[in-house]
Design a protein around this ligand. Structure first.
Ligand code: 4AD
Length: 474
């Protein structure tokens, strides 16, 4: 018999096979099962074909032997083809290892969809030397790999853990619009577009909307895409990112920081207890230790002093675009922005989560509440605000939060000072006019948080299809 003449037929006299997903297999040991998936790994040995099958829920070793390995389709079989396999599920002997500790010995199989062979084969499309730009072009294929799919699975579990933690803290989830006509975090990073006959923007943050919902629903949160036209290419900036934002009414600044700490620690506890996550963490970040409470709190002024004491300088504005050898570095002084490099060095040196709080108003957005009493007054008219950034080792800032100006007149004055026309914000101002309250909230960058938990070098790996300057495909 020539291989291509062999036609396989399923033996209908055998016991009925259970159709299931790989993750549920353990309870069907000793029975006939039917599994469909993608060929993740493939090895032929004489008349035996060993396949590791992948279905998104797990990996399964399959043995195709005898006549089953002699069909024409077997000679065409390659990585990423889809197949259906039917056979007995057997525990593997202790000295052999297989995912899940079992394997299927096929009595029937068929190809559902072939994958290309030769130069166009999955494994030929990229290898260790393939550069980041080609990997980004091939993201749809890269996602199928073990590391990247582990990151995305961790992301799924993380998102549901956030929701679990915030629901338990009595916040309600809402879905604000992405199409907006107001800025939140400065005009420089706005993506504008024509909305019918009007100007509109892609949202930078849903904060203003969340504030207006407080009187209707009480404390709220959202998980929404935010958009920033970030000009620079960095490890932690995306043009589109998933923004977890929350807003709480009738709180103090101290309450806000305590809430953020609890929300984060509860999320991590839930995440690590989620089935399957410990396997993912073993692949991605085996040394991860949940942070202990309370997080270190450090004022902006103390951070500047820390940087001076530890000789961490910053490059002067005049020389930042010059070649490295010509750059001039100087000490930080009160009022300076703490840029990414300095912030990262400080966080890595301290080695634990840090709440940096009390930033000067000129470094922050228009809506931030001034600190109460003398704490709010700095030298030369500098004003310190009830603002906080949470910094994590390896990543830097993952959360930005603040108390909001809750007095309508003070808010209007803040718009004026920053040269922002107040009229489009009438609904935001009304939140203060119709029964105001002290309130505050925060935004957490999901990709940055995931980069921290999953130990990724860049946030670009932490989105399904990352968006950064020059990249909107696939
Ligand atoms: O500090 P940001 O700009 O704060 C706000 O947008 C507030 N309106 C949020 C609020 O209070 N509701 O952004 C919050 C967080 C940052 O700490 C960072 O983790 C993330 O959002 N983020 C980005 N992540 C990836 N790429 C970017 N371009 C990001 N910009 C901000």
């Amino acid at each position: 018999e020539k291989a291509k003449d062999v036609v396989l037929e399923e033996d209908l006299s055998l016991p009925q096979a259970v159709k299931t997903k790989i993750k549920y297999l353990e309870k069907y040991r000793g029975q006939r099962v039917r599994i469909s998936g993608w060929v993740h790994r493939l090895r032929s040995q004489g008349k035996m074909i060993f396949v590791v099958l992948r279905d998104g829920t797990g990996f399964l070793q399959v043995i195709i032997g005898g006549k089953l390995s002699q069909v024409h389709d077997a000679s065409l079989l390659t990585n990423e083809a889809t197949i259906e396999v039917v056979g007995n599920l057997q525990e593997v002997p202790a000295e052999k290892s297989a995912p899940g500790g079992h394997e299927v010995v096929a009595d029937y199989w068929k190809v559902i969809g072939h994958a290309p062979l030769g130069d166009d084969s999955y494994l030929s499309r990229f290898n260790e030397e393939t550069g980041p730009s080609i990997l980004a072009d091939l993201r749809h294929l890269v996602l199928r790999g073990e590391t990247q799919s582990a990151v995305l699975k961790l992301r799924t579990a993380l998102l549901s853990s956030f929701r679990h933690a915030l629901d338990a803290l009595d916040l309600k989830e809402v879905t604000p619009p992405c199409i907006v006509q107001t800025q939140v975090e400065g005009g420089a990073t706005l993506f504008g577009f024509k909305y019918y006959e009007e100007e509109a923007y892609l949202t930078q943050s849903s904060q203003l909307y969340l504030e207006t919902v407080l009187p209707a629903l009480g404390d709220v949160y959202c998980v929404q895409e935010s958009f920033r036209a970030e000009k620079s290419q960095t490890r932690r900036h995306l043009s589109e990112f998933t923004h977890l934002e929350a807003e709480l009414a009738f709180i103090t600044f101290d309450d806000l920081m305590t809430h953020i700490e609890n929300a984060i620690c509860d999320t991590i506890d839930h995440l690590l207890a989620t089935p399957g996550v410990s396997e993912l963490m073993k692949v991605l970040n085996p040394d991860f230790k949940p942070p202990s409470r309370p997080f270190l709190r450090m004022s902006y002024a103390d951070a500047i002093q820390w940087l001076v004491d530890h000789k961490i300088q910053h490059v002067t504005e005049e020389t930042e675009d010059l070649p490295d050898a010509e750059k001039v570095y100087v000490d930080h002084v009160l009022g300076d922005d703490i840029a990414e490099a300095a912030e990262r060095k400080m966080t890595d040196e301290i080695g634990r989560p840090i709440f940096l709080y009390g930033f000067p108003s000129h470094l922050k957005a228009f809506y931030m509440q001034k600190m109460k009493g003398p704490a709010g007054e700095g030298p030369n008219g500098m004003v310190f605000t009830e603002s906080c950034d949470l910094l994590m080792p390896g990543v830097g800032e993952v959360v930005g939060g603040s108390m909001r100006i809750h007095d309508a007149d003070e808010l209007l004055a803040a718009f004026k000072k920053q040269g922002i026309p107040a009229e489009p914000y009438y609904w935001y101002v009304d939140q203060r006019r119709y029964g105001t309250c002290e309130h505050g909230g925060y935004g957490l960058g999901v990709e940055r948080f995931l980069a921290w938990i999953g130990n990724r070098y860049t946030v670009r790996e932490c989105q399904l299809y990352g968006r950064w300057p020059g990249r909107a495909t696939p």
